[in-house]
Write a protein that binds this ligand. Structure first.
Ligand code: BYC
Length: 470
C-alpha cells in the first residue's frame, strides 16, 4: 500500500520528506508554478468555489476526493503507481532485463527530450483554454473545464518531479522553461504544433479534449511501457485522470450534435443556425481541423527518433503486452508512403514505423467515438454522417505535409486546395458564427441554446447541481 501525506506542502506518495534536497528544490519551484497559474491559468473564477476532483492516492478505490475548492488552493501532488518488484523491460534491445530506476547515461538526452515534450503540452493546454470561463454553456461545463485545467497542472507537476529528481541541473532548468514558454507566442512558443493553436470557443475545446487529449492517452500509454521505471509509473497514474478529459470531449461534441439535430427538426428549413445552434457541416469542419492537428502530434510516419526510443526501451507501443514479438528486428509495417511524389503502399521496417503504428491505434479509437456521434444523429432520425478525414488531409508534420490532400485522401494541386479549403476547414465566417453563440449561461440547470444537457452529473450528483458557486 502506498501512503500519501496530504498535510505536506506538496502531497505525494514518493516519500519526498525523505529527500530534503529534492523537497527543497520542488518547494522552490512551487511558487513559480502558482505565479504561472495566476498569470496564465483560467481568467477569472480563481476566487470562486469549484466542485473539483483531487487525486489523493493511487489506490484503485478512493484515489480521488471531490469537494469545493478555490483553484489556486488545489492540492497539486506527485503520485506514482506502486513499484512492481522484479519488473523487466517489455520491449526493445533490453527486453527481459531489469528495468532502470535511474537514467542510463547514454539515453539521458533522449529521455529528457521526451519528458520535456510531454511536460510542455500540459501548461500549454491550460494557456490555450484560459479564456473559456467567460463563455461556458453551463455551470456543469464550466466545472469540467476547470477540472481538466487543474489536472493538466498536476500532470505538469508529474513531469517536473521527473526532471528535478533524475536530470540534475539541466532538469531544473527545463522545469523553469516549462513555465516560460507560452502557447501561440511567436518568440517562445510551446514545442508541438497543436499546442500553439487557439482554442477560442467551446466547440474547439470539446474537439481538443476529444482528439488532442486522446493523443495524450496514446503517448502516455507508450511511455507507460517504458523501461525507465519512474516514467512508466508516473504515466500510468496520469492515464487514470486522462479518461475524464476525453469523456468531456466526446460527450461535449455528442451534446452539440444532438442539439443540432433537435433544432433541425424544429426549424422549418432544417437549419439549426436559424435557432441558435451549430449545424452538422460546421461541426464536421471543426472535427477535420482538430483531428488533423492531433494526427501531427504522433510525429513523422517514418522516424528514426521513434526507432531509437523503442530500441532503448524508453517508449513502447500501445499495450505492448498484446504483442508476441517485442524486439521488432527484421519485421515490417505495411503503410502508405510518398515515393517520387506518388502515394505507394509498401513495407517499412517496423521500428521506423512506430509513430504510424501508434497513430493507427489512435485512429481506430477516434473512429469509435465518431461512430457513437453518428448513432446519436441516427437516433434523432437525421440522415447525416460525420467522418474522419484521411490521415493525409491537412497535415503539417510528416511526409503528407509536402502535398495537399482532400478529406478523402485524393492528392490535390495548390489551386484546388485553395479554392476548396473553406468547404473542409472552418472559415473566418464559421469561426465568427460559432463565437457569436458563445454567451455564458451560469444559472444552475440552464444550458446554452447550441448544446443539449448532459445525461448525468458529476460524481453521482444531478446535472443541475451548483458545480461552481457564484
Ligand atoms: N509539432 O522523428 P519525428 C498530451 C518534431 S498530448 C512540432 O518525426 P518523433 C496532452 C520532433 O520533435 C501528448 N514538432 O517525431 C493533450 C522532432 O524535432 P527534433 C504529448 C514536431 O520525435 C492534451 C522532429 O519534428 N506527449 O499529453 O518520433 C492536453 C522530427 O520528429 C511535431 C508526447 O508528445 C509536432 N506535432 O515524435 C494536455 C510524448 N512532431 O527533435 C496534454 C513525448 C514532431 O528533430 N513526445 N515534431 O528537433 C514524443 O514522443 C515525440 O516527441 C513526438 C514526436 C511523438 C511528439
Amino acid at each position: 500500500m502506498s501512503t500519501v501525506l496530504t498535510d505536506e506542502k506538496i502531497p505525494n506518495n514518493v516519500n519526498l520528506a525523505g529527500d530534503k534536497r529534492l523537497q527543497r528544490a520542488l518547494e522552490a519551484w512551487q511558487p513559480h508554478f502558482i505565479d504561472w497559474w495566476k498569470q496564465m491559468g483560467p481568467v477569472g473564477w480563481q476566487e470562486r468555489d469549484i466542485y473539483l476532483r483531487t487525486a489523493i492516492s493511487v489506490e484503485t478505490e478512493g484515489w480521488a476526493h471531490f469537494d469545493y475548492v478555490k483553484m489556486p488552493d488545489y492540492r497539486w501532488g506527485i503520485f506514482l503507481e506502486p513499484k512492481q518488484e522484479g519488473r523487466t523491460h517489455g520491449f526493445g534491445d533490453f527486453h527481459g532485463q531489469p528495468v532502470w530506476d535511474e537514467v542510463p547515461g547514454e539515453f539521458r538526452n533522449l529521455l529528457r527530450r521526451l519528458v520535456v515534450t510531454q511536460g510542455d503540452t500540459e501548461p500549454a493546454s491550460v494557456e490555450q483554454q484560459r479564456d473559456l470561463g467567460a463563455t461556458a454553456p453551463s455551470l456543469y461545463d464550466l466545472r469540467n473545464l476547470f477540472q481538466v485545467n487543474v489536472e493538466e497542472g498536476r500532470h505538469l507537476w508529474a513531469m517536473v518531479y521527473l526532471l528535478h529528481t533524475y536530470f540534475g541541473r539541466d532538469g531544473r532548468e527545463e522545469a523553469e522553461e516549462l513555465l516560460a514558454r507560452r502557447s501561440g507566442d511567436a518568440d517562445k512558443p510551446r514545442i508541438l504544433g497543436a499546442f500553439n493553436e487557439p482554442t477560442s470557443h467551446w466547440l474547439s475545446f470539446f474537439m481538443f479534449t476529444m482528439f488532442t487529449d486522446r493523443d495524450g492517452k496514446y503517448q502516455l500509454s507508450a511511455l507507460a511501457e517504458s523501461g525507465f521505471d519512474p516514467l512508466a509509473r508516473t504515466c500510468r497514474f496520469m492515464l487514470t485522470e486522462e479518461a475524464h478529459h476525453m469523456f468531456v470531449g466526446e460527450t461535449g461534441v455528442q451534446r452539440v450534435v444532438k442539439r443540432a439535430c433537435e433544432l433541425m427538426k424544429q426549424d422549418g428549413n432544417g437549419d439549426p443556425r436559424a435557432l441558435g445552434g451549430i449545424d452538422l457541416p460546421t461541426i464536421q469542419k471543426y472535427l477535420n481541423l482538430w483531428y488533423s492537428l492531433s494526427l501531427d502530434l504522433f510525429g513523422g510516419e517514418v522516424s528514426s527518433n521513434a526507432a531509437d526510443a523503442f530500441a532503448a526501451g524508453i517508449k513502447g507501443r500501445y499495450k505492448e503486452d498484446r504483442y508476441d514479438e517485442h524486439k521488432l528486428v527484421g519485421s515490417h509495417f505495411a503503410m502508405d508512403v510518398l515515393e517520387g511524389g506518388k502515394v505507394v503502399h509498401k513495407d517499412v521496417p517496423m521500428r521506423n514505423a512506430l509513430n504510424e503504428v501508434l497513430r493507427t491505434e489512435y485512429i481506430k479509437d477516434c473512429q469509435r467515438g465518431v461512430d457513437r456521434w453518428n448513432k446519436t444523429i441516427k437516433d434523432e432520425g437525421i440522415r447525416f454522417e460525420l467522418v474522419l478525414p484521411s490521415n493525409k488531409f491537412h497535415r503539417q508534420i510528416g511526409m503528407w505535409a509536402q502535398h495537399r490532400f482532400a478529406p478523402d485522401g485524393t492528392m490535390l494541386d495548390d489551386a484546388t486546395w485553395a479554392a476548396r479549403r473553406g468547404e473542409w476547414l472552418p472559415s473566418d465566417a464559421d469561426e465568427a458564427y460559432v463565437k457569436s453563440l458563445m454567451r455564458p449561461v451560469y444559472e444552475p440547470a440552464k444550458m446554452a441554446s447550441w448544446i443539449a444537457p448532459p445525461l448525468k452529473g458529476i460524481n453521482g450528483l444531478p446535472s443541475e447541481f451548483e458545480y461552481v458557486r457564484r
